[in-house]
Write a protein that binds this ligand. Structure first.
Ligand code: WT7
Length: 636
């Protein structure tokens, strides 16, 4: 499964295209299956209907835990670094993690969870979050992790969509110098969630929380009632492993569904090859530090499942990059002798701003590989990362992928693929990208740009969107029949290298967080006095994209009143979605540029948000072209 040279990459790539089934079968055989599969792949992109390792039986936790006990039971699986650097951290060996996962799986069973049930997880970045995720997988419950920054309303929407039976949370969370009341937020969410019969609460901050009799139980109390004996549920390769909600161009987030077999194989294969991870590197056991939250797909695949399936050591960090100061990442690298750091461009750009002295007082010599994910990395950030963190001695892997893809699709292999700043470079074996024009016609050759699609399935591709298969078809497989459409624009240069240029749909990427413009508009429109709104993205130095909202209010607010109303609107957006969706700029307007058929011309709004003051292009189809002048005058 391990590729070691560029020649080997090319050979593997060729084989993966010529004979994908035997290519993936060979890789999948390295895992532990209760029963082998009978057919490696069945697929069509029309329904869509995609099945990998058909008839195969397995449990992903046996592959992530049990399988490693004999050979490396006492090696670290998880290293946990708390928010407060003075608090003692935790190291869980494979044996300890296995024990804790089995115990907590028994807690879930005791509380009525059975195979196929959906379990929501809303927790801080503590080891128990990974334990909760794996415990669900152990007994075949489908986890739906909701990022800790989402509001009660967002939790409720996700719980109701998946009809979760149980939610796991903590009393509170530490994030930088803040203490966040998680259980409180869950309590608010549950007012509208009749499907939830049980709440398991982990003690973290020991802040006072309400505990409802018959519904809420303490994690620690429950653990006292169970043994560590929990055989893994035998799962079909195509049974659901998890649901993860993500934003699209419509208002309602979609529950992306991944299944047990294909996801496992793909997360592990990409982890090992992209990062060239070796458990036993030249300097001892390698430590992998992915700074994402487990609430996003990056955390699922490259904090939990990928590293553990490969028997690796994964570092979980509870806090934020700027606490207690902007040297925290470097402090962690130094302290734990991190070998691979995998982070987002937005974090790099923000840390760049704090100056080099925050970096230079740390020993970063353990680093061997640097990764980037979540958004395009600009050349300046790429070079800063390369020069000051990698000391021009660590390959940078710019990994392009999505919640829907389960794992990395386009990326250099560390130290193997020649890199180029801001390029995700080449497709991994098994990945067949194609660029198409607006009409779905393939754009061949090099030195071209188009919409990025995939023409063949890989094991980690999404299978459906929970409870609404038609939505999955419409969103990903209907735009260009026969192709999976990523929603991204892309350029292929003269060397055949891919450079992702950003979303071509109404999806924003704010600090690496994916947010739909329609979602933000819906939240703004819920504010009293708001008549209509239009949200677009604009280039932002640190966040990548900022959120610019144009709002029509019943009464045009002026002066101090306008400031207050803006703050109220931010509060409403925070309440409805969460702080990550707060607009950076709000402009009150008296009208929006609409076509005769009533469609908002976002192109114009984007230009104004970008600071363009003339040259709006063709506005002749607008109902009232004068609107544009007015908006430009008030532009922020
Ligand atoms: C969107 C997916 C799974 C990664 C975490 C985000 C953008 C992601 C890159 C990259 C340029 C990137 C794309 C993609 N994106 N990685 N290396 N270069 N753009 O997952 O929340 O599902 O967002 O993030 O636009 O479609 P996500």
């Amino acid at each position: 499964m391990r590729i070691r040279t560029f020649d080997e990459y090319q050979t593997a790539y060729q084989k993966s295209v010529e004979d994908p089934e035997s290519f993936w079968a060979e890789i999948a055989q390295e895992f532990q299956w209760t029963k082998p599969w009978t057919k490696t792949l069945q697929w069509n992109f029309n329904e869509p209907n995609i099945k990998w390792f058909v008839g195969g039986k397995l449990n992903i936790t046996e592959n992530c835990l049990d399988r490693h006990l004999a050979t490396q039971g006492d090696e670290p699986a998880i290293i946990w670094e708390p928010n407060d650097p003075n608090e003692a951290g935790v190291t869980l060996t494979y044996r300890m993690l296995h024990d804790q996962v089995c115990r907590f799986a028994n807690v879930l069973k005791r509380n009525g969870v059975v195979k196929g049930d959906r379990v929501c997880i809303y927790m801080p970045m503590v080891p128990e979050l990974a334990i909760a995720v794996l415990a669900c997988a152990r007994i075949g419950a489908i986890h739906s992790v909701v990022f800790g920054g989402f509001s009660a309303q967002s939790i409720a929407d996700r719980i109701n969509d998946a009809q979760c039976k149980l939610i796991i949370t903590s009393d509170g969370a530490y994030r930088g110098n803040k203490e966040i009341p998680m259980k409180n937020t869950v309590d608010d969410a549950l007012i509208g969630c009749p499907s939830v019969k049980r709440v398991i609460v982990l003690t973290r901050t020991r802040t006072p929380v309400s505990m409802l009799k018959g519904r809420d139980v303490w994690w620690e109390q429950e653990l006292k009632q169970v043994t560590a004996d929990c055989p893994a549920e035998v799962m079909d390769a195509e049974d659901m492993l998890f649901i993860l909600y993500t934003s699209g161009s419509t208002g309602k987030p979609k529950g992306v569904v991944h299944t047990c077999g294909g996801y496992m194989v793909y997360a592990a294969y990409t982890f090992q090859n992209v990062f060239q991870y070796e458990k036993d590197g030249p300097t001892g056991r390698q430590v992998f530090f992915c700074t994402a939250d487990i609430g996003w797909i990056t955390g699922h695949s490259y904090i939990v499942y990928g590293p553990l399936a490969c028997g690796g050591t994964s570092l979980i960090f509870e806090g934020v990059p700027t606490y207690p100061d902007a040297g925290r990442f470097w402090d962690i690298v130094d302290k734990h002798k991190v070998n691979t750091l995998y982070t987002a461009p937005t974090a790099i750009r923000s840390l760049m701003g704090f100056g080099l002295d925050k970096v230079e007082n740390h020993d970063l010599s353990s680093l061997q590989v640097l990764g980037s994910v979540g958004e395009p990395i600009n050349e300046e950030a790429w070079h800063w990362y390369d020069d000051h963190i990698g000391k021009n001695n660590c390959p940078i892997v710019d990994t392009w992928w999505q919640t829907e893809t389960g794992g990395i699709l386009i990326s250099p292999l560390a130290g193997i693929t020649k890199t180029k700043p801001s390029y995700a470079t080449l497709p991994l074996p098994g990945v067949q990208p194609i660029l198409v024009d607006e009409n779905g016609v393939e754009i061949e050759g090099n030195g071209v740009s188009g919409n990025l699609c995939m023409k063949f399935p890989w094991p980690g591709i999404l299978r459906t969107t929970y409870g609404d298969h038609e939505r999955c078809r419409q969103t990903y497989f209907a735009t260009y029949p026969g192709l999976y459409f990523t929603g991204d624009g892309c350029m292929r240069d003269e060397d055949g290298y891919y450079r992702i240029t950003g979303r071509v749909d109404d999806v924003l990427n704010v600090s690496g967080h994916r947010i739909g413009t329609a979602e933000v508009e819906n939240a703004i429109n819920m504010h009293t006095g708001v008549v209509e709104s239009a949200v677009v993205g604009y280039p932002h130095d640190i966040k990548g994209q900022g959120i610019y909202a144009y709002i029509i209010a019943e009464q045009f607010p002026e002066g101090h009143d306008a400031d207050l109303t803006k703050r109220d609107i931010l509060a409403t957006v925070t309440r409805v979605i969460g702080p990550i969706a707060k607009p950076d700029k709000i402009q009150f307007v008296t009208g929006l540029p609409k076509t005769r058929s009533g469609k908002i011309m976002r192109r114009i709004l984007r230009k104004i948000a970008e600071g363009e003051t003339s040259n709006m292009g063709d506005t002749s189809t607008l109902l009232d072209p004068a609107v544009v002048e007015d908006i430009m005058k008030g532009a922020l």
